[in-house]
Design a protein around this ligand. Structure first.
Ligand code: GRF
Length: 250
C-alpha cells in the first residue's frame, strides 16, 4: 500500500469536519493521516479534538494583523503586483488600493501561517471550517511544483450557488427545495475553485434553517473524507473544459 497521505488541517471553530476526517483516517477508511491542526482562533473545540487524538496543533491569529497591518513587515518574497493581479476578489479597475491593502495584510498573516505549517510536512491542506480567504500568495506557495492543487475547502452549499459565509442560511432564505455541500480545490476567488465532490439533500415543507444545517452537516461529514480519500488514492486529475479547469475522477 502507498504511504499515507499527510493531511494538514486548518479550522476556526468546532471542527466537526476535522473530526470526520480524523475518524476516517483512524478507521483506515481512507489512506491518510492528519499531521497538524492549525487554528486562527484560540480556544476553539477543534483544537481540543486534535489534542485528544495526539495531533500537534498551533494557533495563528489573523485578528491583530488585520487590525493593524502597518505594524507588520511585509514578507520579503511578496510580489504584491503579482498577487493583486491574480486575485479574483476585487476588480482591479474599481478598487486598486483596496485590493493592495487586502492582499498585503493577508500575505503578512499567510507568511506566519506558512512558517507554522512548515514544521509539519504535508501533502494536502484541508480547510475545515477555516473562515479566512487565502490570497494568491499562500495558494501559489502551496501549489507550485505539484500536478494537482493541494488546498481543499468544504462549502455548505451546492456551488456555484451561494458562495460566501452563510451557505445554509442563503439556501434557506432563497426558498430552495434542494440544498447541499461541496468540496472544491481553492483557487484565487471565493469558493470558486474546481469542484471535487458534492452531496445534496431534499428540503421538505416546514424545514427550518436549523433542519437544513443538520441535514447539510451530516452530508459534509461523509463528503469531506471521501474527497480526501480520492486524493489519497490518486484518483483525481485536472482537465480543461471550455474556459474552466475541472476535476476528473478516475
Ligand atoms: C461547515 O458547515 C463548513 O461547510 C463551513 O463551516 C462549517 C464548519 O463546521 N465552511 P465545523 O467547524 O467543521 O464543525
Amino acid at each position: 500500500m502507498k504511504d499515507k497521505l499527510r493531511v494538514g488541517a486548518l479550522i476556526s471553530g468546532g471542527g466537526t469536519n476535522l473530526q470526520a476526517i480524523i475518524d476516517a483516517c483512524e478507521a483506515e477508511r481512507i489512506n491518510a493521516r492528519v499531521v497538524f491542526v492549525g487554528s486562527d482562533q484560540p480556544g476553539v473545540k477543534g483544537l481540543a479534538r486534535a489534542e485528544k487524538h495526539g495531533i500537534p496543533s498551533f494557533v495563528m491569529e489573523y485578528g491583530p494583523i488585520l487590525q493593524r497591518p502597518c505594524e507588520y513587515r511585509l514578507p520579503e518574497d511578496l510580489d504584491l503586483d503579482d498577487v493583486v493581479s491574480k486575485q479574483h476578489l476585487f476588480s482591479r479597475d474599481q478598487t486598486p488600493d483596496r485590493a493592495r491593502d487586502y492582499c498585503s495584510a493577508r500575505a503578512v498573516a499567510e507568511a506566519k501561517l506558512l512558517a507554522e505549517m512548515e514544521k509539519f510536512p504535508f501533502d494536502i491542506l484541508v480547510l475545515a471550517g477555516f473562515m479566512r480567504i487565502f490570497s494568491p500568495y499562500i495558494i501559489d506557495k502551496i501549489n507550485i511544483g505539484h500536478d494537482l492543487p493541494r488546498i481543499m475547502n468544504i462549502h455548505p452549499a451546492l456551488l456555484p450557488a451561494f458562495p460566501g459565509v452563510d451557505g445554509y442560511g442563503d439556501t434557506f432564505a432563497y426558498g430552495c427545495k434542494v440544498g447541499g455541500c461541496t468540496v472544491h480545490f481553492v483557487d484565487y476567488g471565493e469558493d470558486s475553485g474546481p469542484i471535487i465532490g458534492q452531496k445534496a439533500y431534499t428540503i421538505d415543507p416546514g424545514d427550518s434553517e436549523m433542519d437544513i444545517r443538520k441535514k447539510g452537516l451530516e452530508l459534509e461529514w461523509k463528503l469531506y473524507p471521501e474527497c480526501v480519500g480520492l486524493f489519497a488514492d490518486g484518483r483525481l486529475s485536472m482537465a480543461s473544459r471550455g474556459k474552466r479547469t475541472v476535476v476528473e475522477i478516475r
